[in-house]
Design a protein around this ligand. Structure first.
Ligand code: NI
Length: 177
């Protein structure tokens, strides 16, 4: 199964709004399998379809230490969130190497569909609650750096734009040879 290309901040495609999944077929199962493989390979604990340039409401998560507890959320919704909030140090496969604290609900109840289109609900706290909120943000075009101060966000943006320019320059050299 192929690994998928993960879009990197500040790619504008990360700000697209995902549409609900309506067809539960083999293509969907293959996409989920490819996304899971891409997440494990990265390695990461969550990946939203938006990050692989597929703009459908689908996320995969595995917050287990043993890396064998894949959770798939299709058309996820948060149906309850605690008033209590917590700051967690977050990172993102689309913003590699950057970690910073984000304030989120400490506990959430989410509802979603599985790959066969069956409803389920989950109560989450700790890292899983953080991860569900982080990945669901991706589906509405929001990257975690948008919670940081404009100064920090801009510094991160400039860093990635510079890296992109350098990669492009090296790429050109390679093709000239
Ligand atoms: Ni992310």
């Amino acid at each position: 199964m192929p690994l998928l290309n993960i879009l990197r901040f500040p790619d504008s495609r990360l700000h697209k709004i995902a549409k609900p999944v309506t067809v539960f077929d083999h293509r969907l199962k293959r996409l989920v399998a490819d996304m899971a493989e891409t997440m494990y390979e990265a390695p990461g604990i969550g990946l939203a379809a938006t990050q692989v340039d597929v703009h459908e409401r689908l996320i995969v998560i595995d917050t287990s230490e043993t890396r064998d507890d894949l959770r798939v959320f299709i058309n996820p919704e948060i149906i309850w969130a605690s008033e209590e909030k917590q700051v967690f140090e977050e990172g993102c496969l689309s913003v590699p190497g950057i970690y910073d604290g984000v304030l989120r609900h400490a506990r959430v109840k989410a509802r979603a569909l599985d790959t066969d289109g069956r409803h389920f609900e989950i109560d989450a706290d700790g890292l899983l609650a953080v991860c569900i909120q982080h990945e669901m943000d991706h589906l509405v075009g929001k990257v975690f750096v948008e919670y940081l101060s404009p100064l920090k966000r801009n510094r991160i943006k400039q860093k990635f734009l510079k890296e992109e320019r350098e990669e492009r320059r090296h790429g050109q050299k390679a093709t000239l040879r």
